[in-house]
Write a protein that binds this ligand. Structure first.
Ligand SMILES: NC(=O)c1ccc[n+]([C@@H]2O[C@H](COP(=O)([O-])OP(=O)(O)OC[C@H]3O[C@@H](n4cnc5c(N)ncnc54)[C@H](O)[C@@H]3O)[C@@H](O)[C@H]2O)c1
Ligand SMILES: Cc1cc2nc3c(=O)[nH]c(=O)nc-3n(C[C@H](O)[C@H](O)[C@H](O)COP(=O)(O)O)c2cc1C
Ligand code: SF4
Length: 431
């Protein structure tokens, strides 16, 4: 179902060719040229970091933190071990882009991580891959073998004296293991539960050592930035929103799939690329950045461009780039019930407001959906949410609250109708 438009990571990748992922195909597209240029010219570490900073690349995992700035936090002169870690846990409902990078262009990620290792003075890296994806994990291992055999990984890379090795780690399929500190715990072989931040992984990361964690798409964007220049990457997007971005479009569209497009592209153009609305139905609402991003009604979304600033100004967030499209038949109570069940199931349970609060949210929405809602349930939902958001160790509790707040704000009349009439106002199809 993947469909790619020209962009930074999938530039010239023919995803229909079975060997498009192989080293030979990647090198034919200009792959590993960036790494060779850096190593053979002895480019200074700070110059590589400056280039990434100048590109305007912002973290593609969801929070949009500037990647070059994060790299500059690494204490390069720290004498002990330090690590780079890639987050391919990709558990956010609606998000399915990182697995396609492993499937179709794994060497872009490997090259990006080797460059990161060089720039930050680390000798080892790990890619933590979601436990429920097997073929992609194996594909990444096969690509690592190719890189090692070609002298691109390991000791004395390309005879330049620089050594760096990279390992794949298969996770456990828990959503919480995508939160960077839970990921580190899991990578260390422990139960995947988040740590308090600060300290951030930059100073206390894997095995307590300085660690830089980035999303798969963030690392995979780096070879282009070094090869074609920060300016070209920046100009592919818009100011403060450099580059192209992968959007996973799902829901009621004719052609669901991954679309790599310049940041700043109008949402209406993305919808058109995805084949428009299925069966000629009307657009009702969109979750623009994965299930934890606030939902936006159609009329607001149609005025947005797909970039961090525009979506945030409209009251939501670009998040992981998962665009969930809903048509006029969708019951918002049912949709929110499904999302709330997910967060209730995935809470790791170590903070009381999250462990108990996600259960409260789900049970209240479930009873509204089942025609057993009470007159004060919407106030109760708001109150439970206020006692959760910002009061926990990690952002999963916030992620559970944002959809509740936005669904009950923009589609309040549907919730009120359910409570008052004990049934759905849409047409019962979804309830
Ligand atoms: N891709 C997915 O599948 C998925 C799943 C769930 C959530 N998310 C996203 O995760 C986001 C939240 O992530 P988060 O809790 O890691 O966000 P965060 O804002 O705490 O951190 C973002 C990144 O910046 C770094 N950072 C931030 N401030 C720093 C500082 N002062 N010093 C050093 N480093 C600093 C963090 O270490 C992290 O790597 C949400 O916005 C959501 O979109 C993505
Ligand atoms: C509950 C939760 C789950 C997360 N899952 C992922 C994930 O699967 N992949 C990811 O890249 N980031 C995920 N994140 C964000 C990471 O903690 C972190 O911000 C990100 O990996 C940093 O990389 P970036 O700066 O390149 O985006 C998650 C955050 C939270 C709170
Ligand atoms: S907020 Fe929820 S998921 Fe995050 S640490 Fe606390 S209990 Fe675990």
């Amino acid at each position: 179902m993947a469909i790619f438009v020209n962009g930074v990571i999938f530039e010239n990748v023919d995803t229909s060719a079975p060997d498009c992922w192989r080293l030979e195909a990647y090198q034919a597209r200009g792959g590993y040229e960036a790494l060779k240029r850096i190593l053979q010219s002895g480019m200074a570490q700070e110059d590589v970091i400056a280039e990434v900073k100048n590109s305007g690349l912002r973290g593609r995992g969801g929070a949009g933190f500037p990647t070059g700035l994060k790299w500059s936090f690494m204490p390069r002169s720290f004498p002990g071990d330090k690590y780079v870690v890639c987050n391919t846990d990709e558990g956010e409902p609606g998000t399915f882009k990182d697995r396609d990078i492993l499937r179709f262009n794994p060497h872009a990620l490997i090259e990006g991580m080797i460059i990161a290792g060089y720039a930050m003075g680390t000798r080892a890296g790990y890619n933590y891959i979601h436990g429920e994806i097997f073929a992609e994990y194996e594909r990444f291992e096969a690509a690592l073998d190719e890189a090692r055999q070609a002298g691109l990984l390991g000791e004395n890379i390309l005879g330049t004296g620089f050594s760096f090795d990279l390992f794949a780690a298969h996770g456990y399929g828990a959503y919480i293991c995508g939160e960077e500190t839970a990921l580190l715990e899991s990578l260390e072989g422990k139960k995947g539960q988040p740590r308090f931040k600060p300290p951030f992984p930059a100073s206390f990361g894997l095995y307590g050592k300085p660690t830089t964690i980035n999303n798969t798409e963030s690392f995979a964007s780096v070879p282009f930035i070094i090869r074609d220049g920060a300016q070209k990457f920046l100009e592919a997007g818009k100011p403060n929103n450099g580059g192209t971005k992968l959007f996973s479009v799902s829901g009621h569209v004719n052609r669901p799939g991954n679309y790599e497009i310049p940041l700043g592209t109008p949402f209406s153009a993305l919808l058109e690329m995805a084949g428009g609305m299925k069966d000629g139905k009307k657009l009702k609402a969109v979750i623009p950045g994965g299930s934890s991003a606030p939902i936006l009604p159609a009329q607001i979304m149609m005025d947005c461009t797909m970039d961090y600033d525009s979506i945030s100004k409209a009251g939501s967030m670009l998040g992981s780039g998962a665009v969930i499209v809903m048509n006029e038949d969708v019951c918002m109570v049912k949709a929110l019930e499904r999302l709330s069940y997910f967060y209730h199931e995935e809470s790791c349970g170590q903070c009381t407001p999250c462990r108990e609060g996600t259960g409260w949210l789900y049970r209240i929405i479930h009873r509204i959906e089942n025609g057993e809602g009470r007159p004060d349930d919407l106030e109760l939902l708001a109150s439970v949410g206020n006692n959760m958001a910002g009061r926990t160790i990690c952002a999963l509790a916030d992620a559970a609250v944002f959809p509740v707040r936005s669904f009950t704000k923009h589609f309040r009349h549907e919730f009120e109708y359910h409570i008052e009439h004990k049934t759905c106002m849409v047409d019962h199809k979804w309830c």
